[in-house]
Design a protein around this ligand. Sequence first.
Ligand code: SF4
Ligand code: SF4
Length: 60
Amino acid sequence: MIINNSKKCLCCGGCVSICPKDAIVLKNMKIHIDKDKCIGCKKCVLFCPVDAMEFVEEKQ
Ligand code: SF4
Ligand code: SF4
């Protein structure tokens, strides 16, 4: 799953536009990720200029 590091995030909104599944929403200067929509493509991780998106293995 993808997690957002709010300490690093600049709320530029770039990842919101790049996500092919519209899984990322910027609301009240915070990034929310809909993990049911996310397909784990990591485009947001690669795109983010400040490495605020992280991919972590989901615990079983
Ligand atoms: S691209 Fe990075 S800095 Fe910009 S809103 Fe997304 S997580 Fe935050
Ligand atoms: S990994 Fe892909 S589908 Fe998931 S939030 Fe990032 S860009 Fe969207």
